[in-house]
Design a protein around this ligand. Structure first.
Ligand SMILES: [Fe+2]
Ligand SMILES: [Fe+2]
Length: 484
């Protein structure tokens, strides 16, 4: 079977998997032939597509990471804050995941749910278990990790649903309230003697970042417990790949690119590496466009997550992109489409749209390299007004005349005045609230600390990964939620 985006579904196609509705009962059965009214119904329920079975894609089988029964039990137990049941469900998840090489998300679930937190918690548990098992944790550790993952957002149940489900931009106070959920979750688990302290620790630290820029305590590196580091990374991956009422989903490949960009800054590199092994960038059953112009269907993950085994539409030939010498220099340039254009590309365009009409925010980019300036402008220019300058002196002059931009993106290693010194000067001149992000090739510890001392909100390594840079700018403007 293969995944066909909603706008390319046609009457006469046969469903390769049953489709379930919000209450998880069967809406359309596997094997049935689609009619116009079914396609309309799928559209009105917010489905992004459906799995279709046909001769060409007969080899692709969707393997559920966990059984439907376990998933449903997990969703229910999380919704009811039923800690006793969660312990038991964690055991089931560990048993079911242990035999899998990779876990992929179910593209049929790419809808926005009102009960997002419950589905999300079970997804996070599934990914965390797979990553933990790749990292060779013991059975007992895996069980504890999975319990912690199921419980990681329990504290959100103490926050008002109006804030959690708000479509509009959150106020600063609302953000602060949401950021209390790790602490709330920790407190809720304290009354449960059967919950181990390692589980509570993982819950309270699941939003800490590798470089100390997370919350609630700003812990860094190995001071953050391993379970929390694992849950943090898979939590962000699931948030990025989910459709929410206020955003379109990332493709798996883009979400993994984000994880890669955040390696060593937000995430433990060894956790990201394990994720890259167990979560396919290109999911079996989706279409990809190759750089030689051929269209192909992904059959399975090869030995390299970015180079799966595919079947070429025109020739019917099966190619392992990791090993086939004829395809050595061929790369995947787009994914997700079944016809012209492409679903993922389309999703990316939707995601790029501003959620509400607003004045374009202004970003000042200071970098001595013309190539870097052009790249940054290229990545951010569609959504923001980008002004690029080549040195700190021009930057100081610009700000003195025009006032503060909404964000300053600063290189560090520049002739005459370094980026850090330039920001220090600006702070001394009274620009205390100016948002500053460093974009640099320098990453030694001393420099990172100096950046933090001058009040930088973020630190991004060059060459900038486009997905990562754009999302971090959204985080800086609080346009992105769940991903921090
Ligand atoms: Fe969380
Ligand atoms: Fe979460």
């Amino acid at each position: 079977m293969r995944f066909v985006p909603i706008d390319q579904l046609e009457p006469g196609m046969r469903l390769g998997r049953k489709i379930i509705n919000e209450s998880r009962t069967c809406m359309l059965a596997r094997g049935m032939e689609l009619k116009d009214m079914h396609i309309l119904r799928l559209k009105s329920h917010g489905y992004t597509g459906a799995y279709i079975s046909d001769k060409f894609s007969a080899e692709v089988e969707y393997v559920e990471a966990v059984s439907e029964e376990t998933f449903d039990m997990g969703v229910k137990a999380v919704a009811e804050n039923n800690v006793g049941d969660l312990l038991q469900i964690a055991g089931r998840i560990v048993d079911e995941i242990a035999r899998l090489e990779t876990v992929s998300m179910d593209l049929l679930d790419l809808r926005s749910f009102d009960d997002y937190t419950y589905h999300h918690s079970v997804n996070v548990a599934v990914y965390a278990t797979a990553v933990g098992s790749k990292m060779e944790l013991s059975d007992e550790e895996l069980q504890d990790l999975t319990v912690a993952a199921l419980c990681h957002d329990l504290g959100k149940s103490r926050i008002s649903p109006e804030i959690i489900n708000k479509k509009e931009r959150l106020t600063d106070e609302e953000y602060e309230e949401i950021k209390r959920h790790p602490q709330y979750g920790f407190e809720m688990l304290q009354s449960h003697a059967e919950i181990k302290s390692v589980v509570r620790q993982a819950v309270i630290f699941h939003h800490e970042n590798e470089n100390g820029s997370g919350y609630p305590y700003g812990k860094s590196g190995s001071d953050i417990p391993l379970f929390a580091r694992i849950i943090h990374a898979v939590d962000v991956y699931d948030a990025l790949t989910s459709k929410r009422s206020y955003k379109e989903p990332y493709s798996s490949a883009d979400a993994l690119a984000y994880m890669d960009g955040g390696k060593g800054i937000l995430f433990d590199p060894s956790v990201v590496e394990a994720m890259e092994k167990v979560i396919p960038a290109y999911l079996p059953g989706i279409d990809v466009l190759l750089s030689n112009g051929e269209r192909a269907l992904v059959l399975s993950q090869g030995s390299h997550s970015l180079r799966p085994v595919v079947k070429i539409y025109a020739s019917g030939q099966t190619v392992n992109l990791s090993t086939d010498p004829a395809y050595e220099s061929v790369v995947i340039v787009a994914s997700g489409m079944a016809g012209e254009g492409g679903q993922v590309q389309k999703l990316n365009e939707d995601r790029g749209k501003a959620p509400e009409s607003k004045e374009m925010r202004q970003i000042l980019v200071v970098d001595d390299s013309a190539i870097s300036r052009a790249q940054t402008k290229n990545i951010l220019g569609k959504e923001y007004m980008v002004i690029a300058l080549e040195n700190a002196v021009a930057c100081a002059h610009y700000i003195a005349v025009k006032g503060c931009p909404d964000l300053l993106i600063m290189d560090i290693d520049m002739p005459v005045v370094s980026g850090v010194a330039a920001v220090e000067n600006l702070r001394n001149k009274g620009y205390k609230d100016l948002k500053v992000m460093f974009l640099t090739g320098v990453s030694d510890r001393e420099t990172v600390l100096r950046c933090r001392r001058v009040g930088a909100i973020d630190y991004i390594l060059k060459p900038a990964n486009p997905v990562y840079l754009l999302e971090r700018v959204k985080v800086a403007f609080k346009e992105s939620r769940d991903v921090y």
